[in-house]
Design a binder for this molecule. Structure first.
Ligand code: NAD
Ligand code: MG
Length: 377
């Protein structure tokens, strides 16, 4: 799901290396119909799903000769992930749009490779409980969580005393509030180490990405918030660390390349050969660590606070962040309006404990409506 995005396209590069082991049954995208058609012609899936219904006829006619079924819309995606021929679903949609189809896949017992962190932020309790009930493993694709998962191999029975999630610090590391008041969308989109979709790139500039990852780690590894720390590591070589009860710390290292965590999620428990560039320690002889600057980057504090409150609050946090980032990407608000809007949305929300996908999606919608009424520009 999300085959035309940054993770989706890299995942297809990985898949193309293992034709005997990995076959694509479904491809889906929201609006990039032509790239989806090209991918479908190359990988010959059973089904493709295009999000935008108005593009259905275009995709259908392009794939007429290929014996590929073509559907459109979210409901179709929720249906096709349940097909018998599907063993594993790679959830690489951005944002809360990934929630319903990921949930349907889990409910029907499909293994999950999860890039779509927003899903666990919004509905971590529901998703992880449903996964347990259906014997589903959720394999992390996010590089930090993959690093933790790799460090836990052979250690699953050992209690974790601390998770240390590394952050590059994004394009504005070292800057202070006064210098960031008027940063533009283009400046915020210049990530020093990773090439990713626009939404996560802005999340990296505000450090909300790290906040979302802390919540993601809580649910994936069942570790309480007070045992999860963030450390800024500008070189992005150490992808995260686990400390055990005896004080030993394990980490996973590598060049910043998402293909490695994608491949590990798809081939677990095996490690398959790859031609990814290798880490040369002599070229990366200095690895440094800093405390995150919570004053300059308040989104990280907001994420900890929403998670501490629990219930619907992480869902409100995510909805407000999605709406604010979208407004920032459209040049409608400034950089510091992002945390301002999130803080106002959390303060405005009424605490509740949702128990279904529909209830979470209602809260998401209400939060976004509140923002569009209150912060109309
Ligand atoms: P992207 O914007 O490049 O791609 C998003 C994909 O989702 C596209 O294929 C798009 O068509 C699809 N999509 C968007 N909205 C949709 C909708 N409403 N319905 C159906 N499909 C929709 O994003 P990305 O950078 O690949 O990130 C995807 C997810 O992976 C995000 O949750 C992100 O946080 C996570 N992630 C990304 C990276 C990375 O390196 N890019 C790293 C770690 C985690
Ligand atoms: Mg990450």
């Amino acid at each position: 799901m999300g085959s035309t995005g940054s993770i989706g396209t890299q995942a297809l590069e990985v898949v193309s290396q293992f034709p005997e082991m990995l076959q694509v049954e479904v491809l889906s995208a929201y609006s990039q119909a032509d790239l989806l058609i090209q991918q479908a012609k190359q990988f010959q899936p059973n089904v493709v799903v295009i999000g935008q219904e108005e593009q259905l006829e275009h995709v259908k006619s392009a794939l007429w000769d290929d014996d590929i079924k073509v559907y459109a819309g979210e409901k179709a995606l929720c249906d096709v992930v349940q097909m018998d021929c599907v063993d594993m679903v790679l959830s690489a949609i951005v944002g809360v749009a990934g929630l319903a189809p990921s949930y349907k896949a889990i409910e029907s017992g499909k293994q999950i490779a999860l890039a779509n962190k927003e899903t666990l932020v919004v509905a971590g309790e529901l998703m992880t409980r449903t996964a347990c009930e259906n014997g589903v493993n959720i394999y992390p694709v996010d590089s930090e969580h993959s690093a933790i998962f790799q460090s836990l191999a052979g250690e699953f029975h050992n209690p974790i005393s601390r998770l240390i999630i590394t952050a590059s610090g994004g394009p504005f590391r070292g800057k202070k509030r006064a210098e960031l008041q008027h940063v533009t969308r283009e400046q915020a989109l210049q990530h020093p180490n990773w090439k990713m979709g626009d939404k996560i790139t802005i999340d990296s500039a505000t450090l909300m990405n790290k906040g979302l990852e802390v919540i993601e780690a809580e649910w994936l590894f069942g570790v309480p918030l007070d045992k999860i720390e963030v450390v800024v590591h500008p070189q992005s070589i150490i992808h995260s660390l686990v400390e055990f009860e005896d004080g030993s710390v394990k980490a996973q290292l590598g060049l910043p390349d998402m293909k490695l965590p994608i491949q590990y999620a798809l081939t677990y428990p095996d490690r398959k050969p790859s031609n990814f560039p290798r880490l040369d320690f002599l070229h990366h002889s200095t690895l440094t660590f800093e405390e995150p600057d919570m004053d300059t980057f308040p989104c990280l504090t907001l994420a900890y606070s929403a998670s501490r409150q629990g219930g619907c609050m992480p869902c409100v946090l995510n909805a407000a962040n999605e709406a604010a980032v979208r407004m920032f990407l459209h040049d409608r608000i400034g950089f510091y309006d992002i945390p301002k809007i999130i803080e106002a949305s959390l303060a405005h929300a009424t605490f509740c404990t949702p128990s279904s996908v529909e209830e979470y999606l209602t809260i998401d919608k209400e939060t976004k409506e509140y923002i569009s009424h209150t912060f109309r520009q």
